[in-house]
Design a protein around this ligand. Structure first.
Ligand code: SF4
Ligand code: SF4
Length: 259
């Protein structure tokens, strides 16, 4: 009797640091179980062996920053039944979206000895600005256990369950003393989606917003609080311009304070 074909998985890289792909490889205890249900057909960071598409599930890391990638993402979309973006680069433009607030040509002329060879777009944009995305998994990097949940849900034909509340909830659950209240440390936790288990506050650091804005984030109230505490406008801008600087809520709040 013919064996049932396993669904195929492809992993693609665009402008990124590879950290989210490494999170996939970091699934040391789960990866073998995953391959019992999915054929890893195209994952160049893991293997040179590539099976031709189309693919049942594609994971896309990275943002669109070049004309070539703006074309290539359409090829990936056409080759993918389900397309999931992974990480802050793919879902919000990433740290490289800091270019969006300046003239990238000035950077290129300063950084490169021969800027005429550099072909780059003026903005770093998320994948969903270019093609239809079935699910966005956020984080810088992603939470590998959330990735397992996404793959499991897709294989069973259900919607993935990921947190839709703020980092403060994780602090409270963990019994972590609030660094904003106790130490006056700037923290984006009240407006950032959970997913890291409030890692930074656990080490007495403020949240940098790796998982992007939570649903309906009250960024203006947070900015007003820190302004009352004496924070300078420039530091407010910097607080919201981080790994998810171009995510709409964070972008708007930083622009509101950028003189
Ligand atoms: S989201 Fe963060 S960890 Fe993932 S590829 Fe982008 S910079 Fe790297
Ligand atoms: S440390 Fe930050 S994330 Fe944690 S409770 Fe305080 S404001 Fe919220």
């Amino acid at each position: 009797m013919a064996r049932k074909r396993k669904p195929t998985l492809a992993v693609w890289k665009f402008a990124s640091c590879d950290g989210c792909q490494l999170s996939v490889l970091d699934l040391e205890d789960e990866l073998l179980a995953i391959t019992e249900h999915l054929e890893i057909a195209n994952f160049l960071e893991a293997s040179r062996a590539v099976s031709r598409g189309p693919y049942d599930i594609s994971l896309v890391e990275g943002s669109i920053t070049t004309p070539h990638d703006a074309e290539r993402i359409h090829q990936v979309r056409r080759a993918s039944k389900i397309l999931v973006t992974i990480g802050a680069c793919a879902t919000a433009g990433g740290i490289q979206a800091l270019r969006n607030f300046k003239n990238v040509k000035e950077y290129v002329s300063i950084v490169y000895a021969s800027p005429e060879y550099i072909e780059t777009l003026g903005k770093s944009t998320p994948i969903a600005d270019h093609v239809f995305v079935d699910f966005e998994l956020r984080g810088c990097p992603i939470n590998k256990y959330q990735l397992v949940e996404v793959l499991t849900a897709l294989l069973h034909g259900r919607k993935p369950v990921t947190p839709s509340y703020g980092v403060c909830v994780e602090c409270k659950r963990n019994g972590t003393v609030c660094v904003a209240v106790a130490q006056g440390t700037a923290c984006l936790g009240p407006v950032t989606n959970a997913g890291c288990n409030a890692l930074c506050p656990a080490y007495a650091r403020g949240c940098f917003g790796c998982f992007g804005p939570k649903p309906a984030p009250n960024t203006s109230a947070l900015a007003a609080f820190w302004t009352d505490e004496g924070m300078r406008r420039l530091d407010l801008v910097r607080m919201f311009r981080n790994f998810n600087a171009a995510a709409e809520a964070f972008r708007k709040e930083s622009e509101a304070h950028d003189a």
